[in-house]
Write a protein that binds this ligand. Structure first.
Ligand code: AKB
Length: 316
């Protein structure tokens, strides 16, 4: 039976991933950790939870050892827009946290997952059908962290045999926990504001395409990749995956199918726009499909219908 440690568990991915992992592997088999302890959070109330600052190596080792963990899912990180505002903090948290959790995985012989991102690409990367292996010269601190992280995970696999696995996530859209600090956050906020106010002001300009994915597909991808037979994996960190690519006018049109009076206008955030412009329009996920059967179920229409239904039924 797996014993899984999840860092950054109270964030956007962790909140839903821990619940799914507990469903699959058992309530007590998944230790959720986060730097903040929110006693009202459903994860803190529903199973093992520990406060953990991933930049403190000893604390990471102690928790992994004490709980006899065999799988680490390392999610604690600063996202792209926050990292651009606090580059030194981003380097410290994103790199130190990764190194400490990789070291713990090496010592305790754990399987290891951490997400990379479309942010690992940059303006000189081919931006349409971005190949699995291509130019990676990002111009953001987050992107630099992600490229270094991909290389570090490959290094731990090649040098120490740590079973490191990862995907390059696109923008993730979900209705439960908010993302916070990302460039793709607008694609979550727009649904909340559509329900609340029937209108939204986008910080990302019309015509800016980015890859996106609905959270259930992202969670399935993590579980499928972690369960995949190692011999099938031609890459370690990280596989391109995506479900859809759209620009603000298209998500707005999808919302108008359900809320005809919805309106969209723009107040472009220059920092977020520069980041978005440096990322691909749409990446090619065929390597993940061929190696471990990645397949997304939700397109823009299906996701929009589900998001709006869930938000109406669970108002914030
Ligand atoms: C962000 O916008 O920073 C993230 C990502 C694409 O990695 N959602």
């Amino acid at each position: 039976m797996k014993k899984i440690l999840v860092t950054g568990a109270l964030g956007q991915i962790g909140t839903e991933l821990v619940l799914k992992l507990r469903d699959i592997y058992g309530q007590d088999q998944v230790i959720s950790t986060d730097i903040r302890k929110d006693t009202t959070h459903m994860l803190v109330q529903s199973g093992p939870f520990e406060t953990l600052d991933v930049t403190v190596a000893q604390d990471v080792f102690d928790i992994v050892k004490r709980h006899q963990v065999d799988t680490i899912i390392h999610l604690a990180a600063l996202l792209s827009a926050s990292a651009e505002k606090k580059p030194l903090l981003a380097w410290h948290l994103n790199m130190e946290g990764l190194l400490n959790t990789l070291e713990a995985a090496r010592e305790q012989k754990c399987q290891f997952f951490t997400p990379s991102s479309i942010g690992a690409f940059g303006p000189t990367t081919p931006s349409d059908q971005t190949p699995q292996d291509t130019i990676q010269r990002p111009i953001t601190m987050y992107g630099i962290n992600k490229v270094a992280g991909e290389l570090l995970c490959d290094y731990y696999f090649l040098k120490y045999g740590v079973d490191t696995r990862g995907v390059r996530f696109p923008g993730l859209i979900s209705y439960q926990a908010p993302p916070g600090g990302g460039t793709t956050d607008y694609a979550v906020e727009i649904y909340h504001e559509a329900i609340r106010q029937g209108k939204y002001t986008s910080p990302i300009a019309a015509g800016t395409y980015m890859d996106m994915m609905y959270m259930p597909d992202a969670l399935d991808a993590i579980v499928t990749l972690m369960e995949a037979e190692a011999s099938k994996l031609t890459h370690r960190n990280a596989y391109n995956i995506t479900a859809m690519s759209f620009e603000p006018e298209q998500i707005s049109a999808a919302i108008r199918q359900h809320i005809p009076s919805f309106t969209l206008d723009y107040d472009v955030d220059p920092m977020k726009q520069e980041i978005a412009d440096s990322w691909p329009n749409c990446i090619d996920p065929s390597c993940a499909r061929d190696d471990w059967g990645f397949a997304a179920k939700y397109d823009l229409a299906a996701m929009t219908e589900d998001m709006l239904t869930k938000l109406r039924n669970n108002p914030a």
